[in-house]
Design a protein around this ligand. Structure first.
Ligand code: S3P
Length: 432
């Protein structure tokens, strides 16, 4: 059955060529808007993400009385000089885990009550990972299903610092606790088993917070943030779809301009290089405490590798598209110790395996990952599902480009969560 939002993707018969840009980093955009609202002045943000997730953060802030001015599509000013205001309306985080988890850390230390929720996918995702440590800080919180699922009701109160040893490497958990710690009495310390993305630490430091990082441990004390202009690089997680596509479509050669290269996010480049990809970073520079550069990718023959442990947090969002690369690599690719994939917008271990099998890939599901044997000619001529998950939708598109026959992708509009221009940017590389 054809749905309104079904996309038909025709396999590529010619290489991808040209120079593109991808939307601003989603993780940094969320943080820039939220931390901007925590400063005492107004703050300008250049190149804010065009994705729906970051719009969810802006609309939650607006519901709380923050002024958001659009100077242009991607340049905004955040002004919360008069402070957050209580609202009777339920705050709506849409599909965005970063919005609900980080905002919970902020809301816990206010002097008013709020309720925050999200869409069908977000309401299924685990929230105990932020609710439990926040309760230890003194937060007054209740949530659905024994305090594990959204909606989350928060009665703002005075918080105290804690020392938290997180069982998982999660930037959302770490950031939630750090944001609560920013407004708590005493010192807050969070330790992770492996280092997750550190945009929160870098941006809080840039805005003057009393924060210290030592290996996998971060310490924060109550601090006032000082406004400063923020400019956001392109999202390496969005660039990943082009890195993989250009690596597997013969004779391709592309440049992706202005991409964030924070080392906690560049696992995709490291593993693709290990698989044999031809990737070069050009013009590396630093902006607002984040590394930035241009990425050149040329087609190359790939080979299978094993991915696990500390590499996983450095490419957690890229694993669906790495699975597509693995189908086009000689030998076996093993992804292990990646159970966290089951807690994303969809259970990505399950959904990647289901959809790749439809295309004819040799993929086996494991509890904590998957095993792919390649190289396989993907068949196409099937209908793929997207499961409310933007990264599954975009990975399906890349797989379709490398297939033998056309592929139909249902509910393709989920790409709008992080990359509304996704298909147009791909099409531009076919016409250069
Ligand atoms: C994010 C952290 C990661 C990532 C998500 C964005 C962030 O989630 O998967 O897309 O902006 O902090 P976890 O913290 O749950 O690993």
């Amino acid at each position: 059955m054809k749905t309104d939002n079904q996309k038909t993707v025709i396999p590529l018969k010619k290489p991808l060529k040209g120079t593109i840009e991808v939307p601003a980093d989603k993780s940094i955009s969320h943080r820039a808007a939220m931390f901007g609202a925590l400063t005492a002045g107004s703050i300008s943000i250049g190149n804010f993400s065009s994705g729906a997730d970051c719009k969810s953060t802006l609309s939650v802030l607006q519901q709380l009385g923050v002024e958001v001015e659009f100077l242009s599509d991607r340049n905004i000013v955040i002004n919360n000089k008069s402070g957050f205001k209580e609202t009777e309306k339920v705050l709506y985080a849409g599909n965005s885990g970063t919005t609900i988890r980080l905002m919970s850390g902020i809301l816990a230390g206010t002097d008013f009550s709020s309720v925050i929720t999200g869409d069908e996918s977000l309401k299924k995702r685990p929230m105990a990972r932020v609710i439990n440590p926040l309760k230890l800080m003194g937060a007054i919180i209740t949530a659905e299903c024994d305090d594990t699922r959204a909606p989350i009701a928060i009665k703002g109160t005075k918080l105290s610092g804690i020392v938290h040893n997180s069982q998982i490497a999660s930037a959302q958990v770490k950031s939630c606790i750090l944001l609560a710690g920013l407004n708590a009495e005493g010192k807050t310390v969070i330790r992770e088993p492996f280092r997750s993305r550190d945009h929160t630490e870098r941006l809080l430091d840039y805005l003057g917070a009393d924060i210290e990082v030592e290996d996998n441990k971060v310490k924060i004390r109550q601090s006032k943030l000082i406004p400063g202009p923020i400019s956001i690089p392109g999202d390496i997680s969005s660039a990943a779809f082009f890195i993989v596509a250009a690596s597997i479509i013969p004779d391709s050669e592309i440049i992706i301009k202005n991409v964030g290269l924070n080392p906690t996010r560049t696992g995709i480049i490291d593993v693709m290089l290990e698989m044999g990809a031809d990737i070069t970073v050009l013009d590396q520079r630093s902006e607002c405490g984040e590394e930035v550069g241009d990425i050149k990718v040329k087609y190359a023959g790939l080979k299978g590798i094993t991915i696990g442990k500390e590499m996983v947090p450095r490419l957690i969002d890229e694993l669906p598209v790495i699975a597509i690369a693995a189908t086009q690599a000689d030998g076996t690719t093993i992804v292990k110790e990646a159970e966290e994939l089951r807690h994303k917008e969809s259970d990505r271990i399950k959904t990647i395996c289901l959809e790749l099998k439809k295309l004819g890939a040799d993929i086996e599901e494991a509890v904590d990952g998957f095993v792919i044997s390649g190289k396989t000619q993907l068949r196409g001529n099937c209908v793929l599902e997207t499961y409310h998950d933007h990264r599954i939708a975009m990975s399906a598109y890349v797989a379709a480009l490398a297939s033998l026959k056309p592929v139909r992708i249902n509910e393709f509009q989920w790409v709008n969560i992080s990359f509304p221009e996704f298909a147009d940017v791909f099409e531009s590389l076919q016409n250069q």
